[in-house]
Design a protein around this ligand. Structure first.
Ligand code: UD1
Length: 422
């Protein structure tokens, strides 16, 4: 297991943002909807992508890497289990659950392991199941797997809102299945995240008839079959936001390149309220941190609200602000594993239910801390860059799931960070 050793740093220079993991994974699942070849450019080189490649291979695909491109086509000989996504792979990555919709649509049967809970909360899949059942699929849990069968998927009017609003991957699952259903499907309360809009556009390139992707109401008219398609993965808005938080915490000036600024509006608003000076250009931005950060109140919401996937990183950053900030987590009320670790570094954060109150300290001290999940690990790295002394972040395999060469990118910006094998 690797760990990061980090010392207080000042950042300067330019960082290039990679393709979005969360946009890439559903597109990979969508290739199950066709027998033809698909090409995905600008893929990030991450553990989660490798896991999804393995799942596609089990499901009968042949996947080839050509630098930053994935070329996915059918294997010539399909084996008997080519509709089953095994637990050993699904348990490491929930996004694999969105193979369920495409498998039902294309193979009329599916066996996908229940992903289980994780450290950021319970993470049920009831909305996925509700949507696919509404399309006519017969689904039940058998020995830890969701097993589904259907003769013909039929279009339906589906309300996909849950207790915490829309669901990104449930929208992806139902949208993909509906492309090959008979008749029209309306998804109400669909997720509006850029990753869903991107998926809708990719499915249209494959020949799907879709209107309203990226809005809460998506209309899909089923088609008989889908063909191959090609796309370039959109930039990772969460990686971009993570570098913004790092730059603010380390009181630095950096340029962030390869971004889609239109996806970052809620984050940019928070950065400005904290006192950050932003110069936005097409595809890039320059961020200058103030010498003293303002405290702010942040509430996470589904898009276009402030992303839950940046809550931990901005919580870390606000530990260095002057004054009291309030974080309200509306998407995953239990997503506060980073709080105890930040407090071990001298932060003063009190958590109560979905709220965290941060008393800004301006100074934290390096400590040995443990990463618990992907975004919490990024928060600890950010805190380490701004804290006095040496910080050791253990279990960095979490961070490798979602950030491409983060320590190399940070080193290029002048950060004192190194990876060590334990
Ligand atoms: C996706 C992202 C993840 C991000 C999350 C919220 C990917 C691969 N992952 O995860 O990084 O944190 O969106 O932006 O894109 N819920 C239900 N029932 C369901 C499904 C979800 O109640 O069937 C709840 C969840 O527990 C959560 C909320 O809905 O409280 C939003 O979750 P959801 O949007 O589904 O997250 P994912 O799509 O799994």
């Amino acid at each position: 297991m690797d760990r990061f050793i980090i010392h207080k740093s000042s950042l300067h220079g330019t960082v290039e943002i990679s393709g979005s993991k969360n946009a890439c994974l559903p597109i990979m699942a969508a290739t199950l909807l066709t027998d033809e070849e698909c090409k995905i450019h600008n893929i990030p080189h991450l553990m989660d992508i490798i896991t999804m490649v393995k799942i596609l291979e089990v499901l009968g695909k042949q996947v080839r890497y050509e630098r930053d491109t994935l070329i996915i086509k059918n294997r010539s000989k399909l084996n008997k289990v080519s509709f089953a996504a095994p637990y050993r792979l699904v348990r490491t990555m929930r996004a694999s659950f969105c193979c369920l919709g495409p498998l039902l649509a294309r193979k009329k049967k599916a066996r996908v392991a229940l992903p289980g809970g994780c450290v950021i909360g319970l993470r049920p899949v009831d909305l996925h199941i509700k949507g696919l059942k509404a399309l006519g699929a017969d689904l039940a849990v058998e020995k830890g797997y969701w097993v589904g069968r259907v003769k013909h998927l039929r279009g339906s009017h589906i309300y996909l809102g849950g207790p915490f609003g829309s669901s990104v991957l449930a929208t992806a699952n139902v949208l993909m299945a509906a492309t090959l259903a008979e008749g029209q499907t309306l998804i109400e309360y669909a997720a509006c995240e850029p990753e869903i809009e991107f998926l809708g556009k990719f499915l249209k390139k494959m020949g799907a008839d879709i209107e309203g992707e990226g809005t809460p109401l998506i209309k899909i008219k089923g088609v008989k079959s889908l063909g191959g398609a090609e796309c370039k993965v959109i930039p990772d808005r969460i990686e971009a936001g993570t570098f913004m938080a790092a730059s603010l915490a380390a009181k630095s000036t950096i340029e962030i390149k390869g971004i889609d600024t239109s996806h970052l509006t809620p984050v940019v608003e928070v950065v400005k309220m904290m006192g950050g000076e932003l110069k936005m250009q097409k595809g890039s931005c320059r961020l200058k941190s103030p010498s003293t950060l303002n405290p702010v109140n942040i509430t996470t919401f589904p898009y276009p609200g402030f992303p839950t996937d940046l809550q931990a990183q901005f919580t870390a950053c606000l530990c260095f602000a002057k004054g009291t900030s309030l974080i309200t987590e509306k998407v995953y009320p239990d997503r506060f594993m980073h709080v105890a670790e930040l407090n071990r570094m001298g932060a003063s954060i009190q958590r109560s239910g979905p709220y965290a109150i941060i008393e800004g300290e301006e100074m934290l001290y390096g400590a040995e801390v443990m990463a618990s999940d992907l975004r919490a690990s990024a928060a600890l790295v950010i805190a380490g860059l701004a804290a006095e002394g040496k910080t050791e972040v253990t279990r960095v395999y979490h961070i490798d799931r979602g950030y491409e060469r983060i320590e190399e990118k940070l080193k290029k910006l002048g950060a004192k960070i190194k990876r060590e094998s334990q």
